[in-house]
Write a protein that binds this ligand. Sequence first.
Ligand SMILES: Nc1nc2c(ncn2[C@@H]2O[C@H](COP(=O)(O)OP(=O)(O)OP(=O)(O)O)[C@@H](O)[C@H]2O)c(=O)[nH]1
Length: 350
Amino acid sequence: MLAAENVHTLVPTRPQADLFRLAALHRYHILDTPACEDFSFLTELATKVCEVPYAFISLVDADRVWIKSCSGMQMGELPRGESYCSLAVLGDAATEIPDLTQDYRTAGMALTVNAPHMRMYSSVALKSSDGHAIGTLCVLDTQPGRLSDDKRAMLVKLARQVMALIELRANERTLEATVRELEMLATTDELTGLHNRRSLLQRVKFEVARARRFRSPLSAVMIDLDHFKKINDEYGHAVGDQVLAAVGRLVRENVRVIDVPSRYGGEELCVLLPNTPVEGACKFAESLRLKIEALVHPLGVRQLHVTASLGVGSFNHMEIDDVESLFKQADAALYRAKHGGRNRVACGSD
Ligand SMILES: Nc1nc2c(ncn2[C@@H]2O[C@H](COP(=O)(O)OP(=O)(O)OP(=O)(O)O)[C@@H](O)[C@H]2O)c(=O)[nH]1
């Protein structure tokens, strides 16, 4: 058990160490997270086990002490200079102040001076996996005194549970971020940043079903760069890649959130336009054609221009149509655009 004399001063004596400590705390991304029953349960348990009216799970930030959970009273955060826990994270693993009114560092603190007039403070540091005290599990009483060895031992065990829960939440968060990133990688074409073919084929099935269900039109625009082979042959594959990436970016920047811009394969792109009839899709295709034509691709001191042929396929809910026929229609229109002289849009089955 530790006496009040063992508690360190309120101001970090080793600011560098406090920076490492803060870095450790922020890695857990726990500050300002919503209340959670699992943490509340542990503070409630701490009050029962230690037979005191108050328990806090406190995290000591740069200028404040943020309370993740408290039992016995409502508290969101305290200025660092007004919190007993600020003392606790600066020193030993455990801190006990038997009479807060008798300690010059805590006698003037708001919780000592004002209601509920705290007298006893006992805490166990919450240690990060790399050994930094990021906060405490503490219990408080309005009576002076000390925890028995048994109660303190239980508080140590409970603090371990609190830290295990903090680690678990952080790991869950990392896992969710990893899953999101993997999903993104699995559905995105690396070169263009567009949906890849697999993602397009998944989305088109969904959009066809939705178009049927809600009786809404659905269009697909196929985009094929003209004479792209020549660009590769004349300037090299890397330049070809650069052109494709720029066109991909242009397409991404010119679609609505609900549209599905994708790389169909090679130098052929496809944009799925939910809730868009053939007229709207043709307008969109024409404006995209003009933008692709106007795009300037820097090539050293020279500039490169490319054009594209576009084919529009559409169906509305009246037609009992499917995915293949939507793409077939768009492909056939693209074929007509190519054979009609390139750098043009062909629509539907006209
Ligand atoms: N740089 C680069 N080239 C690609 C990529 N995917 C496909 N290509 C090239 O795109 C070219 C397509 O050639 P073609 O199918 O003959 O078509 P085109 O030269 O664009 O002629 P038209 O479509 O008839 O106007 C081929 O040379 C492919 O190798 C890619 O990811 N990067």
